[in-house]
Design a binder for this molecule. Structure first.
Ligand code: CTP
Length: 399
């Protein structure tokens, strides 16, 4: 996701410097070319050699290093960067930038860059809540600097509270977000994902093989593109993408209630959930014992949530999924029409590499105007990106 991106990783002096090492590893693994700038205080915590080895580039330490000034120069570093990422950032660093001070290599390059600057502060909880620090952060935010809020927990100084550097995976995700064009900014997107679970008795249920991966990937991509995202999800083992509001449900009826409530506030609805079409007519209050030789469970139909939304969709963009094992295009086309969709993403779940519980998918996209677009096998993140590209076009068409 960061292939070809040049990132300047600024490391300032705090105990969390050790986490910046892991962050650097994640950035390079994601394909970024990373140049590390360390302050004098930072090198007291971790030796520059560690950052140099992992980045594969010389670490920049002094403002007037004659050799590196000639080879790169602090201004050229500022110009070449696609993103400046400061992690951990001390109160001192934030204060200096907020005051317009540029007295070392890092503050100088930060002041000189036109690239987005993402700051991950880490400090003692009382320092973090100090109104002077907070004012400095607010001032920088007003000027377009981006912040990753610190996490809560046990701090190195023995205090408990806000101030911890967030997990490097969270900072990586925010770096990716900072580098993603905000083409869905101002749009409110509702995504459903995962299976539903229909209880038979207190210990048993009917469900399906949906892992939720496709819906979660769409929710993540939509928020990276600047949308305000609500994810209504059935039970899954996945962690919720950063910056996404989550509503957890179990049954189709609960999903229906959550969707009907949330849909009023949305412009785009993408229904990737595998909703159980039927539920047990009666849910036994006690565990069903195995006395009889045969057991029949009577089922009744669940509401079709997508059809319900389709019937009163207004100006919304409505996208459904069609998981099929036969006549893929025919069935998908009939769902598109019956449910009043703008687009349906169809996959033949009997194909290897498509559908439930795998990391890849093979889909065909059908549009209300009759167009059909076929995609080759690809990762679900990539598929999610292409689905959202098309959704952006559909949303633009509706104004
Ligand atoms: N869907 C829904 N509510 C249901 C069933 C399905 O909102 N009770 C949505 C799914 O989220 C998906 C689309 O409808 O976006 C198609 O789901 P799918 O299970 O493929 O089709 P069904 O409409 O259930 O038809 P069938 O099971 O006969 O193929």
């Amino acid at each position: 996701m960061l292939k070809g991106k040049v990132i300047v990783l600024g490391v300032t002096g705090g105990i969390a410097v050790y986490k910046a090492v892991e962050l650097l590893r994640l950035l390079t693994k994601a394909g970024a070319q990373v140049h590390v700038v360390m302050t004098r205080a930072a090198i007291e915590f971790v030796a520059p050699l560690t950052f140099q080895t992992l980045s594969g580039n010389p670490v920049h330490l002094e403002l007037f290093n004659l050799i590196s000034e000639q080879e790169i120069g602090h201004i050229s570093l500022a110009e070449r960067a696609d993103l400046f990422l400061i992690a951990p950032a001390t109160a001192n660093f934030v204060g200096k930038v907020a005051a317009g001070l540029a007295d070392d290599l890092l503050t100088t390059t930060v002041m000189a860059t036109k690239a987005p600057v993402l700051i991950a502060p880490a400090m003692n909880v009382n320092m973090y809540h100090n109104p002077i620090y907070q004012e400095n952060e607010e001032r920088l935010k007003r000027h377009g600097y981006l912040f990753v809020p610190p996490a809560c927990g046990m701090l190195a100084c023995g205090y408990e509270g806000e101030g911890k550097l967030p997990d490097p995976t969270v900072i990586l995700e925010e770096a990716i977000a900072a580098l993603t064009p905000k083409r869905l900014s101002g749009r409110r997107v509702l995504v459903t994902a995962g299976p539903t679970l229909e209880e038979i008795d207190p210990v048993r249920y009917i469900s399906n093989h949906s892992s939720g991966k496709m819906g979660y990937a769409i929710a993540r991509q939509a928020r990276l593109r600047g949308a305000e995202v609500t994810l209504v999800t059935g039970p899954t083992a996945l962690s919720v993408p950063c910056g996404v509001k989550v509503i957890r449900v179990e049954s189709a009826l609960q999903m229906r209630d959550a969707v009907v409530k949330a849909v009023e506030e949305t412009d785009i609805v993408i229904k990737a959930a595998a909703v159980a079409d039927y539920r047990p007519k009666l849910r036994a209050g006690m565990k069903v014992k195995k006395n009889a030789a045969e057991l029949a469970i009577e089922l009744e139909k669940n509401p079709d949530i997508l059809s319900e939304i389709g019937a009163r969709k207004g100006n919304r963009v409505l996208v459904g999924f069609a998981a099929e094992t036969q006549d893929l295009l025919g069935n998908a086309k009939s769902k598109l029409e019956k449910k009043n969709l703008d687009m349906v993403v169809a996959n033949d779940v009997s194909q290897v590499g498509a559908g439930f519980n795998v990391d890849t998918n093979i889909v065909k996209m059908l549009f209300a105007d009759g167009r059909v677009e076929e995609l080759p096998i690809m990762g679900k993140d990539e598929v999610a990106g292409i689905i959202l590209d098309r959704v952006e076009e559909l949303a633009k068409g509706k104004g």
